[in-house]
Design a protein around this ligand. Structure first.
Ligand SMILES: *Cc1c(COP(=O)(O)O)cnc(C)c1O
Length: 404
């Protein structure tokens, strides 16, 4: 590392709050599926800013759309209409089949909105103020107090107790564990269609269908968090679309704006007409013209570039290559995931491997301590998968060698 890069890292450590153990690199620019640090070193990127930069870096059409919008207007207020928000709302309805959308600034805020929607929906039915939400163990929904309250990882929650009340936890893909938590106060069942941070666990079709039937029977809202697994990542615009099971409420963010901070929660007409009303919810920035110009361009480019087809093709290839590592190395125990959201499970912590890969110019990230997560830009090609596997194999072999 250059003395200059070290100097900037030292300055960062003097100024930024220590909420992250950061890798020792300052990224400076990106091109397609590659990142460059300030010393000019090139990295193959299998993280995409954690499932955000789906279109690849330095996408000219996307950059131009943002520049055009900046020259027109960046912000007004949700008290007025603006063209990018109208266009973005129409487009997101089209790709999701949902009816109503509220734009937020982040994923966590989308989850907050979904929670408020569920509570208000139930409140309008029976006037009670003690409704319960069932969330899943090992889930991740964000760091704000409401989103944290439904995050099924005590480690994230403990120091910040008390959480918002009346949240119960069940196990993903264990329908009986959900059923055991249902009462006449249950207003929502909330889960990620594919658990991301919690270790890349896809919901099964049987689980999705049983939860849907239960929610229909008891008029409970089914809320799917698609913040990480949505926007094309699994080869479907939203991961639930492959099951033919539609939620009542869903959240999205991460790749929605491909780097411009924006999220959304969406709902069916029935929920929209019977939950949040004027004055119930708001945001100063959410869905501002700049953010919505990004959303419009992202959706347009995902469609124009036929990104879903690419995800299906390259995702299948990535699965096969990762399965090869499971066969080849005894320390690699399992592969899980869908499309370009994959996890490789090791029998030990993966932090050392990820550092080794960084040294060799490959950016990877974990999901939990023992799992490497693969969430590359969705425009990645087979040759990039081959390059990634080549470097990762080297890293695993070296680590194995040193242990013996
Ligand atoms: C990242 C993530 C969030 C939180 O999104 P932020 O934009 O970081 O607030 C919520 N849910 C899931 C599934 C996520 O992956």
């Amino acid at each position: 590392m250059s003395a200059e890069m070290q100097k900037y890292i030292d300055e960062a450590e003097q100024a930024l709050l220590h909420t992250y153990n950061r890798y020792q690199v300052v990224f400076d620019r990106g091109e397609g599926v590659y990142l460059y640090d300030m010393d000019g070193k090139k990295y193959l990127d299998f993280v995409a800013g954690i499932a955000v930069f789906a279109l690849g870096y330095h996408n000219e059409a996307y950059n131009d759309a943002l520049k055009d919008q900046i020259d027109k207007i960046i912000h007004t207020s949700n008290y007025y209409y603006n063209l990018p928000a109208i266009e973005a709302a129409k487009k997101i309805k089209e790709i999701s089949g949902m009816d109503r959308v509220f734009f937020t600034n982040s994923g966590a805020e989308a989850v907050e909105g979904a929670i408020k929607t569920a509570r208000k929906y139930a409140y309008l039915k029976d006037g009670r103020t003690d409704h319960e939400i069932i969330a899943m163990n090992h889930s991740f929904h964000g760091r704000t107090m409401g989103a944290l309250s439904v995050t099924g990882n005590p480690h994230y929650r403990e120091a910040f107790e008390p959480m918002i009340g009346n949240i119960k936890f069940a196990d993903l893909n264990d329908f009986d564990s959900v059923l055991a938590q249902v009462t006449d106060k249950t207003c929502a069942i909330l889960f990620e269609t594919v658990q991301g941070e919690g270790g890349i666990h896809p919901a099964t079709e049987a689980f999705m269908k049983k939860v849907r039937a239960l929610c229909d029977e008891r008029d409970i809202l089914m809320i799917l968090d698609e913040i990480q697994c949505g926007m094309g990542r699994t080869g479907h615009m939203f991961a639930w679309q492959r099951y033919g099971v539609k939620p009542d409420v869903m959240t999205t963010a991460k790749a929605l704006g491909c780097g411009v901070p924006v999220g959304a929660f969406l709902m069916t007409e029935k929920v929209g007409a019977n939950s949040l009303a004027a004055g119930d919810h708001g945001t100063t920035y959410g869905g501002n013209p700049l953010a919505c110009a990004a959303v419009c361009k992202v959706i347009e480019l995902l469609e124009k570039q036929d990104v879903l087809a690419n995800v299906k093709k390259v995702g299948t290839y990535l699965e096969a290559r990762l399965d090869g590592l499971v066969t080849e190395f005894s320390c690699v125990t399992e592969r899980r995931g869908a499309g370009l959201l994959q996890g490789l499970v090791f029998d030990r912590p993966v932090g050392g491997l990820i550092k080794r890969a960084m040294d060799k110019g490959l950016v990877l990230i974990n999901a939990g301590t023992d799992i490497i997560r693969f969430v590359p830009p969705l425009i990645i090609e087979q040759k990039h998968v081959d390059d990634m596997i080549g470097i990762l194999r080297e890293c695993i072999a070296e680590a194995e060698g040193e242990r013996q």
